[in-house]
Ligand binder design. Structure first.
Ligand code: NAD
Ligand code: WQD
Length: 340
């Protein structure tokens, strides 16, 4: 079975390509390399022994996108990761996000339906919930008005799937990731943020590697046990494995809703200070950090109810926080050339 993975050289995409190849799928990777590097394919090849077919294509370029589908007449399904994902950047330049994430997705859906490729797994996000009134959040928790243009592009994506499921033969699964962190055990692929990281864990690992001077904890006066924000951190390999199950489910025609929506988290919440403490413990290093002001737009706490994915997909997150932070650190050590 041939799967087209858009954004397949990116962080979650590359780990998913590895799991797909390890499960015997044929994979075509499509990426414009705006937030990733072609060398990721070397990592994938070293891990799996297979170098997937690659197309450097921008999904906003519909003609080139169509050519990939024409060249590969037997694509069974698409896993769609390609998107921009920086919340702050989306507030500064909403049009960039509308064009890339919304127009790009419309092109993809249009080309897929025109080519009779009717299975899609879509990368959605816990950001669609905003600050939920009740925790943990289930897939039935209300989707709040988006707090950023980025969040809005994810809500639009889910809406497109919903509308198209009624009007066409498209079948879809939307996976709402919580906070993916960690890296492959081999340390051959991992997260490669360009510039100053926005996210907590790459900031921590870069600080520990000496690439950043100090981590600022964004506020410790929240109404949580230690005053810092709570999130549901999940290992990227666990996320990747859920995609293999989801795409197989579409191929098997086993979906019972359209789109089917699943939370992908561990079901546990951890505070920023807990992340720092576990990082220090597993790496046996002191992290340079200070307490700073709150960051605009941060929700206080969010974590998932994973019952639906556990019961219907038969999937559950297997890796603990220690493993998430250790693999993230091993990857950072390799790319920053840290000796021990
Ligand atoms: P990433 O930036 O590492 O990967 C995205 C990939 O898509 C990159 O390789 C980039 O070059 C490519 N891309 C972007 N725009 C493109 C375009 N127009 N045409 C072709 N390729 C394009 O990000 P990631 O963390 O792997 O995220 C993957 C998906 O998961 C995204 O849709 C993101 O919104 C979603 N998501 C991520 C997180 C997270 O915290 N990482 C959480 C929830 C949802
Ligand atoms: C986690 C916690 C920060 C950096 C983002 C997106 C969300 C989804 C997942 C895509 C927060 C704190 C961070 C730092 C800190 N992505 N922090 N110092 O904001 O939960 O979610 O990624 O869909 O849409 O918003 O993740 O890693 O940025 O922050 O104290 O230098 O770490 O304030 O409490 P977030 P994050």
């Amino acid at each position: 079975m041939k799967i087209l993975v858009t954004g397949g050289t990116g962080y979650i995409g590359s780990h998913t390509v590895v799991e797909l190849l390890n499960s015997g799928f044929k994979v075509i990777v499509l990426d414009n390399l705006s937030n990733s590097n072609i060398e990721v394919l070397n990592g994938i090849e070293s891990i799996t022994g297979v170098r997937p077919e690659f197309h450097q294509v921008d999904i906003t370029d519909k003609i080139s996108l169509k050519k990939v589908f024409e060249y590969n007449g037997d694509i069974s399904s698409v896993i769609h990761f390609a998107a921009l994902k920086a919340v702050g950047e989306s507030v500064i330049d909403p049009m960039l996000y509308y064009r890339n994430n919304i127009l790009g997705f419309i092109n993809l859906l249009d080309v897929m339906i025109g080519s009779n490729v009717l299975n899609i797994v879509f990368s959605s996000s816990c950001t669609v919930y905003g600050q939920a009134e009740e925790l943990p959040v289930t897939e039935l928790s209300p989707v709040k008005e988006a707090e950023s243009p980025y969040g809005y592009t994810k809500q639009c994506g889910e809406r497109f799937l919903n509308d198209l499921s009624a009007a066409t033969k498209l079948k879809s699964i939307a996976l709402r990731y919580f906070n993916p962190i960690g890296a492959h055990d081999s340390a051959l692929i991992g997260e490669l943020p360009i510039g100053v990281p926005n996210n907590l864990v790459p900031y921590i690992t870069q600080t520990a590697a000496g690439e950043r001077e100090i981590l600022t904890v964004n506020g410790n006066d929240y109404p949580t046990p230690d005053g810092t924000n709570i999130r549901d951190y999940i290992h990227v390999v666990d996320i990747a494995k859920a995609h293999v199950i989801a795409v197989q489910r579409l191929i098997d025609n086993a979906t019972v809703e359209n789109p089917e929506i699943f939370n992908l988290g561990t079901g546990r919440g951890n505070s920023v200070m807990e992340i720092i403490n576990v990082f220090e413990k597993v790496t046996e290093r002191k992290l340079n950090y200070k307490i700073g002001p709150r960051r605009a737009g941060d929700v206080i706490s969010i974590y998932s109810d994973t019952k639906k994915a556990n019961e219907i997909l038969g999937w559950r997150a297997e890796r603990d926080l220690e493993n998430m932070l250790l693999t993230a650190w091993n990857w950072q050590k390799r790319i920053s050339n840290v000796k021990n």
